[in-house]
Ligand binder design. Structure first.
Ligand code: DO4
Ligand code: MG
Length: 287
């Protein structure tokens, strides 16, 4: 069962059919005592909504987020550990990444408020003061206020590698800025762990041509999603629940940096494809 948030309300998708969800408040859905059972009752009682499929692209997909904070785990794949050790070698930070990779306590960091999250199809930003920017394709957990994993989405943890590599203490600037995160296209509603064979793929297109592609599977993820969620909820309450990105296992070669106009496609098969174009420059101020 998949759950979409759109400009026309929330929709459940089951077996290729879309059903309008009566509950229009996203935070209430995330806090629901049994979201899967509620959506099942909506599907079983309802008739498929013709407007979702037929009116698209008139109906815009929104990021599947309400008031949730977005957090992220780091250095959860060997590939990420190696890339970070290399990028921070000159700054003397390399050792930290190996130590956190093998430590019991994971690296968890704050990633985004909802307003910093790009919707599917919207622009993700690269910083104007960064020279080396990459996307990070990450399985992302949706966790309810009671700390239970209730679903999964695809996430892009946009990162400025030169800023992060200059000094590990610059991590918040490398990671947290306007539209530094994208989530979507939907929530795969499930409390069951995803199989270790689940593939995560990324494709970066420049002028329509493949500029980089890569893939990994959840078998390479060193930590169990449930353990990451438990650490996040140890000393934090999340009245609206939270998203937790689980880290990247795909890092483009060191001579690759994103440019405005690039298209980033992240596919996690049971969820779908999250696609965003890269933009640079200031966002129009919110009114
Ligand atoms: O430690 C820095 C960030 C790591 C990260 O974002 C990742 O491994 O995905
Ligand atoms: Mg990351």
């Amino acid at each position: 069962m998949k759950l979409y948030r759109t400009s026309n309300g929330n929709y459940a998708e089951d077996g290729g059919k879309y059903f309008r969800v009566p509950e229009s408040n996203w935070d209430a859905l995330v806090a629901h005592e049994n979201l899967g059972a509620y959506l099942r009752s909506v599907v079983d009682a309802g008739k498929p909504a013709s407007d979702f499929a037929s009116a698209r692209p008139g109906i815009r997909l929104e990021a599947p987020i309400g008031s949730q904070e977005v957090w992220a785990a780091g250095v959860t794949y060997f590939r990420s550990r190696s890339a970070r050790m290399a990028e921070s070698k000159d700054a003397g930070g390399g050792d930290f990444y190996d130590r956190v990779y093998t430590a019991e306590r994971p690296e968890l960091f704050f990633k985004a408020t909802p307003s910093r999250v790009a919707a599917p199809g919207a622009g993700v930003r690269i910083r104007s003061d960064a020279k080396w920017s990459v996307p990070e394709p990450e399985l992302t957990l949706l966790i309810n206020p009671r700390g239970q994993i209730i679903g999964y989405t695809a996430g892009n943890d946009m990162s400025s590698r030169d800023i992060e590599g200059e000094n590990p203490l610059y991590l918040p600037q490398a990671k947290v800025y306007d539209r530094s995160c994208a989530l979507g296209p939907c929530i795969l509603v499930s409390s069951d762990p995803l199989p270790s064979t689940t593939p995560i793929r990324i494709e970066i297109l420049r002028s329509g041509q493949a500029a980089f592609s890569g893939a990994t599977t959840l078998a390479e993820l060193k930590r169990a999603p449930a353990d990451l969620a438990a650490y996040l909820f140890r000393e934090n309450t999340f009245p609206f629940g939270a998203f937790l990105m689980t880290g990247t296992g795909i890092v483009p070669p060191d001579d690759f940096t994103l440019a405005p106009g690039d298209r980033v496609r992240i596919t996690i098969d049971p969820i779908g494809t999250l696609e965003n174009d890269v933009v640079q420059g200031r966002l129009a101020p919110a009114v």
